[in-house]
Design a protein around this ligand. Structure first.
Ligand code: DGY
Length: 325
C-alpha cells in the first residue's frame, strides 16, 4: 500500500505526478486555505505533507496527526513550523534553501527601483488620465546609482542583492549578527558596520533576515528614526521583522521618503495605514514568484518528501534529531 500524503495548497501538475508515482496523494488544486482544525482533520491519517507558509505546524496539530513523519515547506522560511514540537513528535521538517536567492534578489531590486523612482505613483497618475504635460519637477525621485545601500542580513539573499549593486556603482554597507568571512565581504564589495551606522548613512536600507522570536521588530521606530529624510526602506524578508505601524507612522510624517514592501505582519491583512500612503510600493509576497523558481521550490519540497518517506534521510532537513535512526 502506498503511503498517504497531503499537498496542502495548489501546486504544479508535474509535482503531483512525481509524488503520485510513490504515494497516495490528497491534493488541494482548488487552493482552499485550511483552517487549523480542518488541516488537522485532513492530515490525521497522513505520513507526509507538502506545506505552505500559511499552514501552522504546531504542537496542537502534531498531537492530532500520529502517523505524520515529515512536513516539507515550499519555502526557505519556516517560521510557520514549530521545530521543537516537530522534533518532540519525531516529525522531520524541510525547507527549500538556495533555489530562490536570485529571484528574490531580482525582486528586491524591483522594489528598490520602483520606490526610489516613485513608479507606483507615476503609473497611477498616467492610468487616471491626469497626465496633461511634461514638467521639469514631475515625480522627482532618488538616484540609485552611486547611492549607499545598507543591507540588514548578508546571508545568501543579502549577498545576491549586494552583487547586483555593483552595476549601480554603489557603496555597500551591511550589518548582521555575525560578520561575514573576508572572501564574502570582498565578493560583495560590502563593508561591515554597526546597525546604527547603517541606518543613519544608507540611502536605501534593505532587510534580509529570517523571522524568529529574536528578530521580531528588529527594525522598528528606533532604527527608522535614524534614517535620512531622503532614504527609502525595502522589505522582502518576512512579516514581523519590521514593525509595520512604525513604518506607517514614519512614512505618514515624511520622516523617510518611501518604502517598498513584499511582506507584512499578519499578511494578507495589511496595516490600514499603508493603503492611504502614496510613498510606499506594495506587493503581495511575490519575491520568489517567477515561473521557474516557484516550480523548483515545489519540486524540491516534493523531492525532500520522497526522500524522507523512502530513505528517512531527506536533503534540507531542519531538525536532524527528529530523524529515526
Ligand atoms: C520563502 O521561501 O520563504 C518565501 O517567502 C515564500 O514565498
Amino acid at each position: 500500500m502506498k503511503k498517504k500524503i497531503l499537498v496542502t495548497r495548489e501546486v504544479f501538475g508535474e509535482v503531483l505526478e512525481f509524488l503520485a508515482k510513490d504515494f497516495d496523494v490528497t491534493a488541494n488544486q482548488e487552493d482552499k486555505v485550511f483552517g487549523s482544525d480542518e488541516l488537522a482533520r485532513v492530515l490525521a491519517d497522513k505520513e507526509g505533507a507538502l506545506t505552505s507558509i500559511v499552514d501552522r505546524i504546531d504542537e496542537a496539530l502534531l498531537a492530532r496527526c500520529p502517523h505524520l513523519k515529515v512536513v516539507c515547506n515550499i519555502a526557505v522560511g519556516y517560521n510557520n513550523i514549530d521545530l521543537t514540537a516537530c522534533t518532540a513528535h519525531g516529525v522531520m521538517a524541510t525547507n527549500t534553501p538556495g533555489v530562490l536567492d536570485d529571484t528574490t534578489a531580482d525582486f528586491t531590486w524591483t522594489l528598490i527601483l520602483a520606490a526610489a523612482r516613485r513608479l507606483n505613483e507615476a503609473e497611477a497618475y498616467v492610468r487616471s488620465g491626469q497626465w496633461d504635460k511634461w514638467r521639469l519637477k514631475q515625480f522627482l525621485g532618488l538616484d540609485v546609482h552611486h547611492a549607499t545601500l545598507g543591507i540588514i542580513g548578508l546571508g545568501r539573499i543579502g549577498q545576491a542583492v549586494a552583487h547586483r549593486a555593483a552595476g549601480f556603482e554603489m557603496e555597500v554597507l551591511y550589518h548582521d549578527v555575525r560578520r561575514a568571512a573576508p572572501e564574502i565581504e570582498s565578493a560583495c564589495r560590502a563593508r561591515y558596520v554597526s546597525k546604527e551606522e547603517l541606518f543613519s548613512r544608507a540611502d536605501i536600507v534593505t532587510i534580509h533576515i529570517p523571522y524568529c522570536p529574536e528578530t521580531h521588530h528588529a527594525v522598528g521606530a528606533g532604527e527608522i528614526g535614524l534614517m535620512k529624510k531622503s532614504a527609502i526602506l525595502i522589505h522582502a524578508a518576512r512579516g514581523g521583522v519590521l514593525d509595520d505601524a512604525a513604518l506607517v507612522d514614519a512614512l505618514g510624517r515624511g520622516a523617510i521618503a518611501g518604502a517598498g514592501l513584499d511582506v507584512y505582519e499578519n499578511e494578507p491583512s495589511l496595516h490600514p495605514g499603508f493603503l492611504k500612503l502614496k510613498n510606499v510600493v506594495l506587493a503581495p509576497h511575490i519575491a520568489s514568484s517567477s515561473e521557474k523558481t516557484r516550480f523548483r521550490m515545489a519540486m524540491m519540497a516534493a523531492e525532500n518528501l520522497a526522500a524522507a518517506l523512502t530513505s528517512g534521510n531527506p536533503p534540507n532537513l531542519l531538525n536532524p534529531s527528529a530523524r529515526k535512526q
